[in-house]
Ligand binder design. Structure first.
Ligand code: ADP
Ligand code: MG
Length: 339
């Protein structure tokens, strides 16, 4: 029988990284979330070769002080929570302190960062969890992460990546979802030197919907605004005439976080059931706000799920708010042709 041995730190880190970094799009998600948490008003995402050779994320957020940089790359190190109770009222997108350590354990990372109060910036290079250098360097306020050669040291993972084109599509999707979560932040997405998305950051959600989904969707929206004892919700849903054969156009956010939820998906389906053929799904862009303490955001390392109580009541409330919105729209009298 083989001996029981404690894994080396390097192996522990690589195994843990697998939960957070599944593909280049996960790196983009984590780093853009960090930019949002750092109060950035502009974020640029640049990728080459589906993100496999290069991902560069630049923000104008508050930066990282020199004496904090190395700590930021340790596993379970975070500035966002201090104890488990903080999770009940966490308003940042991050809180697990795992992204930087995970990303740097499976790729080559270069960080350039400067805070507003520091006179110079710093450049930090770390490859496969091994620190290469930390030096002062001139830099604008904010943070740039350059992530190269993802999974260069984890061939088993690299093998499972899809074509560069498919990986780029995953990245475009996540950037769009993040841009839609923050109409007040200007997002730029550059793929192979070509700008694919550029939002103004003027705070107008309809503008972002237009940029991401185009004319047909943005011209056929119903406004949603409602509240109950459990949550508030605002946003837009599509007229029943614009539908898709999959759920790709169903977006909903809870407390600023893009998530997936069976309860919300079912409520959307129920609300549209009299208007849509089977296996057709509407466009939705719903922003829920739940009070502190009503959510458990710590369900999965990728933070795409949340847990909440009162699921049945919440389901009913969503159905009633959405059906009211759809009906209200119907009541707008149509102008007969020729008048
Ligand atoms: P988490 O986001 O869960 O705290 P991360 O590993 O993603 O963990 O980041 C570790 C810490 O590094 C963050 O808590 C934050 O203090 C700092 N940090 C990471 N990215 C940025 C950024 N773009 N701007 C400023 N600080 C950052
Ligand atoms: Mg983070």
């Amino acid at each position: 029988m083989p001996n029981i041995e404690l894994l080396t730190q390097e192996t522990i880190d690589q195994i843990a990284a697998g939960e957070v970094v599944e593909r280049p799009a996960s790196v983009v998600k984590e780093l853009v979330e960090n930019a949002i948490d750092a109060n950035a008003s502009a974020v640029t995402v640049e990728i080459k070769d589906g993100g496999t050779s290069l991902i560069r994320i630049t923000d104008n957020g508050w930066g990282i002080e020199k004496n904090q940089i190395q700590k930021a790359f340790l596993r379970h190190s975070t500035s966002k929570i201090r104890c488990i109770d903080d999770l009940l009222k966490v308003s940042s997108l991050g809180f697990r302190g795992e992204a930087l350590s995970s990303i740097s354990s499976v790729s080559r990372v270069e960080l350039v960062t400067k805070t507003m109060s520091d006179l110079t910036g710093n450049r930090y290079v770390i490859e496969g969890s091994k620190e290469i250098s930390l030096e002062e360097i001139g830099a604008p306020d904010g943070t740039t992460f350059l992530v190269r050669d993802i999974f260069y040291n984890v061939p088993a993972r690299k093998k499972f990546l899809k074509s560069n084109q498919t990986e780029a599509a995953y990245i475009a999707d996540i950037v769009e979802k993040l841009a839609l979560s923050h109409p007040d932040i200007s997002f730029k997405y550059i793929q192979q030197n070509q700008t694919k998305l550029h939002t103004s950051g003027n705070g107008n959600l309809r503008d972002v919907i237009y940029h991401v989904y185009g004319r047909e969707i943005s011209a056929n929206l119903i406004k949603v605004s409602g509240s109950c004892e459990f949550f508030e919700v605002t946003g837009y849903i599509g007229m029943p005439t614009v539908s898709r054969g999959n759920r790709n156009y169903e977006n909903y956010y809870i407390n600023g976080r893009y998530i997936k939820s069976k309860v919300i998906a079912k409520a959307i389906e129920e609300s549209y059931k009299n208007y849509m053929m089977q296996h057709q799904y509407p466009f939705t862009m719903l922003y829920f706000t739940f009070p502190d303490g009503a959510l458990d955001v710590n369900v999965h390392p990728q933070k795409m799920e949340v847990r909440f109580d009162h699921q049945q009541e919440i389901y009913q409330k969503i159905v009633s708010i959405l059906t009211d919105a759809i009906h209200g729209q119907e009541l707008i009298p149509e102008v007969p042709i020729g008048e």
